[in-house]
Design a protein around this ligand. Structure first.
Ligand SMILES: [Ca+2]
Ligand SMILES: [Ca+2]
Ligand SMILES: [Cu+2]
Length: 318
């Protein structure tokens, strides 16, 4: 495929996918969190990408066709969680609990609760139902759930470089997927958290939780939700020093880099034996006072078996 030539829409290999032409870009940022540094020149080939995160309706089709059970629905192996209360080793997932006032932001147990019976179909536990949210992104998916869906759909998960290139929408070195201003002319461009996390949600964007896909404007490649709504899995292992892992691009831009090192463990944490992969894009729970990560360069390491109320994914085809 010639670089820069956008194939006609009808040649898309699947519905609701957009072509990202590939090229060379400046990945990372020096202006926010240390794990985004250094800015490095990276090249990626063109690829097709889902225009929005996989929705509840799409995930339901996969489950109906295959009988697949997500990680959150399966019993846990006590050997994997030596420090855990055995009473909590039942199927479930992490749900968000708004607090009544300001709390210590160093301890995410203040707002994340492991809730038995929570999974994609029951996002807030057994009494809740995703049935009314068919157009919302699916949530509570662990890494292998995302991979299983992708394999079924004949797709792949993006690398971090592919995801970030797509999120930038053709703009160079901008803070956000749409430019440098968070809310140009006062217009909200993504579903994030306005106000003081985790107790005061001002809801200026109209959504307290997840939002239907395509509720906010697309970026330059016609992609939705590359900022906010749900975090999205990528296939790269997490390293806090991405420049070291793939070189800084001063001599030449690394092409289609993949972080495959398993130097991704959170040493010293209770789950230090579980590898982490990179999440991108941030979610409806990300706020300036805690996590200003609804930006293409932002990244977070997440243990691969974790499922959460603000965690989803989208796929690509190379
Ligand atoms: Ca919001
Ligand atoms: Ca997102
Ligand atoms: Cu966040």
């Amino acid at each position: 495929m010639t670089e820069g030539v956008i194939p006609a829409a009808q040649s898309a290999p699947a519905r609701n996918m957009a072509w990202v032409p590939g090229g060379t870009f400046l990945m990372g940022s020096e202006d926010f969190y240390p794990e985004e540094r250094p800015v490095r020149r990276i090249a990626v080939d063109g690829f097709w990408i889902d225009q929005h995160p996989v929705t509840v309706a799409e995930f339901r089709r996969f489950v109906k066709a295959t009988g697949y059970r997500t990680v959150a629905e399966r019993p846990l192996n006590p050997a994997d969680y030596p420090d855990a209360d055995p009473a909590l080793l039942v199927p479930g997932s992490l749900v968000f609990r708004k607090t009544h006032g300001p709390v210590n932001l160093d301890d995410y147990d203040n707002w994340w609760e492991y809730l038995p019976g929570a999974y994609w179909q029951h996002p807030e536990g057994p009494a809740s139902n995703a049935g009314g949210r068919e157009r919302h992104p699916v949530t509570h998916v662990a890494y292998e759930d995302a991979e299983a869906y992708a394999a079924w759909a004949g797709k792949q998960l993006p690398t971090e470089a592919e995801w970030e290139f797509a999120a930038r929408g053709g703009l160079e070195s901008k803070a956000f997927a749409w430019g440098d201003e968070f809310a140009p002319k006062g217009r909200m461009m993504a579903n994030t958290w306005q106000g003081e996390f985790p107790w005061q949600n001002l809801n200026l964007d109209g959504y307290e939780g997840t939002s239907p896909v395509k509720s906010f404007p697309p970026n330059g490649y016609g992609l939705y939700e590359m900022a906010g709504n749900v975090w999205e899995w990528t296939s790269d292992y997490f390293t806090p020093n991405p420049g070291e892992a793939i070189g800084d691009g001063t001599c030449c831009a690394p092409s289609n880099p993949r972080i495959t090192s398993d130097d991704s463990y959170a040493v010293g944490q209770p789950s230090e034996h579980i590898p982490r992969r990179v999440l991108k894009g941030a979610s409806h729970l990300c706020a300036p006072n805690y996590c200003l990560r609804y930006r293409p360069a932002a990244r977070q390491g997440q243990m691969i078996e974790t499922s959460m109320a603000h965690l989803g994914f989208r796929c690509i085809i190379r």
